[in-house]
Design a protein around this ligand. Structure first.
Ligand code: SF4
Length: 349
């Protein structure tokens, strides 16, 4: 059974509202947009920099990454791409833990982010000091943490995983009769426990985007679209996961959208993923899973407020100024490198 004694969800007042973040972004004419994009492309080349963007960022940033030899992906593949690429500067459009992961794996490279304000409710809901105390209470457990954590939390872990390989790593550890201490996402932890049958205790964090998906409203939507496939990210609540045809990482959901025979899909993850889904399956229809309903806060309304902070304005600014560089103290980085690189080695084998 999952230990749910650690209630660590971030208070709602500490989470920005996506609509408010978006309303604060600059608005450009078509001409200004084109000028900004051209300037960004020029600066990427001039600075020997490559843009690595997450699936949840604005499609304009995803397109710039694609058109300039950069990369758009989930956090595992973002980390792998940054390690393989020979650019001296990595521009990471996403949230802070992604920039830190890039720095952990690439200490010799300069890692810049459009904004350092972009964080993650899982990261801030798992402070290193409290997490370390939690680990100390369970010394016989193998500590497995999600990539959505700070460098300090990664440094305390035995393993770092992303949602795309969490099940495989936990199964591998079960084969060695290990007990698992999991952090920070409680829904993903419950899902892993259910699928693998692992002996787990879990931190009780949550993602502000996925936690807002509502099972009852989803049931109503499925009734209206009975032929649609249901694609769900495992950070979603258990009742939403139970309705899924496919549960998986962002990359797995995009693949499912392409490969499954359905003509339409209801998708429970950040709606910015639709850019890649439409590219992968242009003749299919994608419908956002509902976030409204009983107990709804709609802080995110299916789009991460921190991902929404990445825009053309701050991407251009960071390339011009060289500010917003990610630094990780060497002692922390060395420890975090071990647990993070283990994930890459595991994937490679
Ligand atoms: S979508 Fe959720 S898990 Fe991803 S960065 Fe935003 S808050 Fe964190």
């Amino acid at each position: 059974m999952l230990d749910t004694s650690f209630e660590t969800t971030v208070p709602l007042q500490d989470i920005p509202e996506t609509a408010v973040v978006q309303a604060g972004l600059p608005v450009y004419s078509a001409k200004q947009r084109k000028e900004k994009i051209d300037r960004i492309k020029f600066l990427l080349q001039k600075e020997n920099a490559v843009l690595i963007a997450h699936y949840y960022t604005h499609e304009t940033l995803q397109r710039i990454a694609e058109e300039t030899g950069g990369y758009v992906s989930d956090s595992l593949e973002m980390a792998r791409f940054g390690s393989r690429h020979n650019a001296t500067t990595l521009i990471v459009a996403g949230v802070r833990f992604m920039g830190e992961t890039a720095k952990i794996l690439n200490p010799e490279k300069r890692v810049l982010m459009p904004t350092l304000q972009a964080t993650c409710s899982l990261d801030i809901g798992c402070p290193a000091k409290e997490f370390s105390a939690f680990c100390d209470l369970h010394p016989e457990h193998e500590v497995v943490v999600y990539a959505n954590t700070s460098a300090e939390v990664k440094a305390r872990a035995d393993w770092v995983v992303t949602s795309s390989i969490a099940l495989k790593v936990v199964s591998h550890l079960m084969d060695q009769d290990k007990k698992i201490l999991w952090a920070p996402d409680r829904h993903l932890g419950r899902y892993i426990e259910k699928v693998t049958g692992a002996d787990m205790i879990s931190w009780q964090g949550a993602c502000v985007v996925h936690e807002e998906f509502k099972a009852r409203a989803l049931g109503d939507l499925i009734a209206k679209h009975p032929d649609a496939g249901i694609l769900v990210h495992p950070e979603s609540p258990e009742a939403v996961i139970e309705a899924a045809d496919v549960v998986g990482s962002t990359t797995a959901l995009i693949r499912a959208a392409q490969e499954l025979p359905h003509r339409s899909f209801i998708v429970a993850t950040d709606n910015r993923i639709f850019y890649k889904m439409k590219k992968a399956a242009p003749d299919k229809v994608f419908i956002e899973a509902p976030t409204a309903g009983e107990g709804a806060t709609c802080k995110s309304c299916a789009h991460c407020p921190w991902m929404a902070m990445n825009g053309l304005h701050n991407l251009e600014a960071v390339l011009e100024s060289g500010e917003n560089e990610i630094h990780v103290a060497e002692e922390i980085r060395n420890k975090a490198y071990r647990s993070t690189h283990r994930m890459l080695d595991f994937v490679a084998n």
